[in-house]
Design a protein around this ligand. Structure first.
Ligand SMILES: [Zn+2]
Length: 75
């Protein structure tokens, strides 16, 4: 899933809007977590609820989503 936007952030908890690169299905994840693991590993492996494809399965390299805090920061 491609990250369209990230919002409602409190510490590292946030919401994000996602779009499937394959079929265009869009969904909101209200339990996103703003760290490198989430954007670099979790989201690229997330399967679309409609077509079942993930960015990794499609061979699409995910955009780098900047995090508000570095991973080592305590917030
Ligand atoms: Zn899809």
């Amino acid at each position: 899933m491609k990250v369209l936007k990230k919002y409602d952030q409190h510490r590292r908890d946030c919401s994000c809007d996602l779009k499937c690169e394959d079929c265009g299905y869009e969904e909101t994840d209200k339990y996103a977590y703003d760290d490198r693991n989430f954007w670099d590993n979790v989201i690229p492996n997330r399967k679309c609820k409609k077509c079942g494809m993930s960015s990794n399965e499609l061979g699409i390299k995910a955009d780098v989503v900047p995090t508000r805090y570095a991973d080592y920061e305590v917030v």
